[in-house]
Design a protein around this ligand. Structure first.
Ligand code: PLP
Ligand code: COI
Length: 339
């Protein structure tokens, strides 16, 4: 085990021992390689540098109560990377290569997996980039798939304490028929200005309204939004948001715990009706939302009066993390024990 201040980890980069790489060249994927270098050497005209041929995933390995190391729903991340690759005409990564690369990246860096009970986890960042040289706008014929890992703590500094979010309408992260539903770098570039402004103005992140009508909730920065009201778990359906694997899991857990699940357009007007609200994602886990302020008219929606998460956020968080850390029965078969 490395000498790391596990309890005070943030969502940042910590160097580990190695990363995994696999090259697609001459129409085929090569061997899975291990590298101790933190840099890559690519062509100056690589399509990832000019035309945004880049997609990534975010997943975590958890050290459990039983000291076993688990991955959560990794096949869903692979499926989403397939969709991302198809969406921007990249070569897709075969399932076996994905599985071997993520498993190796965790195994070879196992001393960086935070101990059980510290609240940390090992974040895995698989990424796929177009490396072939092109000057005209067209897809590359060479690709590089990589996986690096880094130990992380909470995404928002508040951890599982309620965060403040800012509802905005003057920036869009993705267009309705654009790339919002896949995990490509361009969406994040498009979200940077709104995110940084929200932080400067005192919020954890921005909540985007739908780009077309500005009447629905899209996403809460790098996470999906959900609200709880009258025994219902309500979460946006939108063609411009990322289908979150965490949200998919929470919908199943919510239903299992007796909530009615609604996945549909969620009107901005409904913000005033929720008893609880939260943002969910691999990095964010569940970040309870304490308040949302509308940047255009100043309206404040309050979800936490005492600085604590609401009861449903707490229950859903406990159930989800309980499964991920092997504390609770994995009745849906979501975890893969690596070792
Ligand atoms: N929305 C966006 C824009 C994201 O970047 C992420 C993170 O992956 C999520 C939602 C949450 O998705 P998941 O739960 O699959 O991590
Ligand atoms: C994740 O939740 O894994 C993400 O990718 C979100 C963000 C760090 C981009």
């Amino acid at each position: 085990m490395k000498n790391i201040d596990w309890k005070n980890l943030t969502f940042g980069y910590v160097k580990t021992d190695c990363n995994i790489r696999c090259y697609f060249k001459d129409g085929k994927w090569g061997p899975i390689e291990t590298s101790t270098s933190e840099t890559i050497d690519i062509h100056i005209a690589a399509t990832c540098l000019h035309y945004g041929q880049e997609a990534f995933e975010g997943m975590k390995a958890y050290r459990g109560k039983d000291n076993k190391v688990r991955l959560f729903r990794w096949e869903e991340n692979w499926l989403r990377l397939q969709r991302s690759a198809e969406g921007i005409l990249m070569q897709s990564v075969p399932k076996e290569i994905f599985k071997e690369a993520i498993s190796k990246a965790v195994e070879l860096n196992q001393e960086y997996i935070p101990p059980y009970g510290t609240g940390g986890s090992l974040y895995l960042r698989p990424l796929l980039i177009g490396t072939g040289a092109k000057v005209g706008v067209s897809p590359a014929d060479e690709y590089l798939f990589m996986v690096f890992v880094t130990p992380v703590g909470p995404y928002f500094k508040e951890g599982f304490k309620p965060v403040k979010m800012q509802l905005i309408r003057d920036f869009d992260r993705a267009a309705p028929q654009g790339t919002g539903s896949i995990k490509v770098g361009g969406n994040y570039a498009a979200s940077l200005r709104a995110g940084q402004r929200a932080q400067k103005e005192g919020f954890a992140t921005a909540i985007f309204a739908d780009a077309k009508t500005k009447t629905y909730i899209d996403e809460a920065g790098p996470a999906n939004f959900f609200g709880i009201r009258d025994g219902k778990y309500i979460t946006p359906d939108s063609e411009s948001i990322l289908p979150s694997i965490t949200n998919m899991s929470l919908r199943e857990l919510a239903a299992d715990m007796g909530l009615i699940v609604e996945r549909r357009h969620v009107a901005l007007d409904e913000l005033g009706t929720f008893e609880e609200a939260g943002a969910c994602g691999t990095a964010a886990v569940i970040s309870p939302i304490g308040m949302v302020q509308d940047r255009d008219n100043g309206t404040v929606y309050q979800y936490s009066k005492d600085g604590e998460a609401g009861p449903w956020c707490k229950k859903l968080y406990a159930r989800l993390t309980g499964i991920q850390y092997g504390e609770e029965e994995d009745k849906f078969g979501w975890c893969t024990v690596l070792f």
